[in-house]
Design a protein around this ligand. Structure first.
Ligand code: DHB
Ligand code: MG
Length: 222
């Protein structure tokens, strides 16, 4: 099985189960036009996250890694009108694109974009007792994923859910001699999660239009 087939199945799923959405399509088009990397979630992945938020009755979401706000919009649409979503972005120019996309989606009242190094923003949120959040989505620089998980845990409550993207990296995750700092980061993330007695977790491998990768799903137990 190949990338062509994985992409064809994603097209099939998009057409039947997701459909067209001018706001989301414009968010992606404007992200590309502004030169952002094309690494947003696929529609099928983003809808999985959206459905997870709804199944979980999430009222508050903390996203780490905004990019152009595509997953941000999908997540915010899962929240009640008095919900809140904080999203952390390092690159001011990405945050500007996301801000415009969020405004066009009519979600500016729900979403706050915080610009700067996520680890510093997280420290501030912990100091301000900004938690707990019901759902976390970690999708930023891969080297720091373990640190973002630890900060998310500090901002969680029993029952919070933490999802991380890009945790399998073409299967390179099993290569203990990898020199790729992003893969090393994801190996460290798995080790930290494995050693954390307060959570229960699994990793699911995925294929699709974005290739072969995976998500980790974590439930905070106590
Ligand atoms: C990259 C980052 C992502 O978040 C992703 O989903 C795919 C690729 C990257 O930095 O290459
Ligand atoms: Mg990602």
């Amino acid at each position: 099985m190949s990338q062509d087939r994985w992409s064809a199945v994603d097209d099939y799923v998009d057409e039947l189960l997701i459909g067209h959405d001018p706001v989301l399509e414009a968010a992606l088009a404007d992200s590309v036009a502004a030169g952002l990397p094309s690494i947003a979630l696929t529609p099928a992945q983003a809808k999985l996250l959206h459905l997870l938020a709804r199944v979980h009755n999430a009222r508050s979401v903390l996203e780490i890694g905004t990019l152009g706000g595509y997953s941000t919009i999908w997540l915010a649409r899962a929240l009640p009108s008095d919900g809140r979503l904080l999203t952390l972005e390092l690159e001011p120019s990405y945050a500007e694109v996301a801000r415009a996309n969020v405004e066009r989606a009519g979600l500016a009242g729900l979403i706050k974009i915080i610009v700067g190094p996520a680890i510093e923003s997280l420290r501030k949120l912990v100091a301000e007792h900004a938690g707990p959040f019901d759902l976390f989505f970690i999708d930023a620089d891969k080297q720091s994923t373990a640190a973002y998980f630890q900060a998310a845990l500090e901002l969680s409550r029993p029952g919070s859910v933490i999802v991380a993207d890009n945790v399998v990296r073409d299967g390179e995750i099993v290569d203990d001699a990898t020199q790729d700092p992003r893969v090393q980061g994801m190996r460290r993330f798995h080790e930290v999660v494995a050693a954390e007695p307060r959570v229960s977790a699994t990793t699911i491998q995925t294929v699709g239009a974005k290739g072969y990768d995976g998500f980790t799903l974590i439930l905070v137990e106590r």
